[in-house]
Design a binder for this molecule. Structure first.
Ligand code: SF4
Ligand code: SF4
Length: 266
């Protein structure tokens, strides 16, 4: 931790970055994002198992971009998101310094190709609760799965914490917020909730970096991250594409091959 704090101070002192995104103490045992712009803030840095938020969600915000080059203290899921954001041209190659934390080791990554190489060795880990839910879902019939998600999503109160915490939901104006015309009902009710989640899941198909942040952010405990996880896995199986592994734009739903199957067209 001391080595990390020292490096953060150096990056700021040498003006190599304008700010460093990390974590600090939040309410209770929680952690919250910290935007370090001066050496005096460095002692507020915290890095432990409670630091789970995907900080890549801030890297594309207008207020952060206006600062100039930033460094991001990051876990593998944040690194995957940063690489996917580069692939989608939301971040320029070299715009962000990635401070990759792996146990006591801190690696400084400054280019998309180096980040790609670093991530080639990483795998996604689901926790035991997620694995159990996925196994339960896999054992269900299609009708039972539909019933499971209808019931879960009926509890949604449309707070949009899932969307706002997601690094890949970066549109400045979301369709959900449009009221002229209003595509999706604002009120929280079963049909509108389904519409919101179906639209969001499809927008993230092949783009979700499986960080789980949307599920953790949900105040009523709906496992929305498993919806996007399953869609991501399905895109991987069908098209061999994996979000957050390459800086090359490789978006399955925006490309086609002449020999793609068309059996779904009736
Ligand atoms: S797990 Fe959720 S928050 Fe993370 S990238 Fe996927 S949709 Fe976004
Ligand atoms: S965070 Fe939960 S309650 Fe809020 S919009 Fe998302 S699913 Fe609904």
């Amino acid at each position: 931790m001391e080595a990390l704090k020292q490096r953060v101070k150096e990056l700021l002192a040498l003006a190599q970055v304008k700010a460093v995104l990390g974590y600090t103490k939040g309410t209770g045992d929680r952690r919250r994002p910290l935007f370090i712009r001066a050496a005096g803030q460095v002692d507020q840095l915290v890095l432990d198992e409670a630091c789970t938020q995907n900080l890549a969600a801030y890297a594309t915000k207008r207020e952060v971009k206006q600062l100039g080059k930033v460094a991001v203290i990051s876990l593998p899921s944040t690194q995957r998101a940063l690489l996917q954001l580069m692939a989608e041209r939301q971040l320029r190659d070299g715009e962000v310094v990635v401070l990759a934390v792996d146990g006591s080791e801190i690696k400084e990554i400054t280019s998309a190709s180096a980040l790609e190489e670093h991530l080639a060795r990483k795998v996604t880990h689901l926790d035991s609760e997620d694995k159990a839910t996925l196994e339960r879902l896999a054992a269900m019939s299609r009708e039972e799965r539909w019933g499971f998600w209808r019931k879960e999503l009926s509890r949604c109160m449309k707070c949009y914490a899932c969307r706002n915490s997601c690094p890949m939901c970066y549109c400045e104006q979301c369709t959900m917020d449009c009221n002229r015309p209003q595509w999706v009902p604002v009120a929280s009710h079963a049909f509108g909730n389904l519409e919101y989640h179906m639209v969001r899941t499809m927008h993230l198909a092949g783009r979700c970096v499986e960080c789980g942040e949307c599920g953790r952010a949900c105040p009523v405990g709906i496992p929305v991250h498993l919806l996007t996880y399953c869609t991501e896995e399905s895109v991987h199986e069908q098209f061999g594409q994996c979000a957050g592994r390459t800086a090359k734009l490789d978006y399955a739903l925006a490309t086609f091959k002449a020999d793609d199957q068309e059996s779904f067209i009736r």
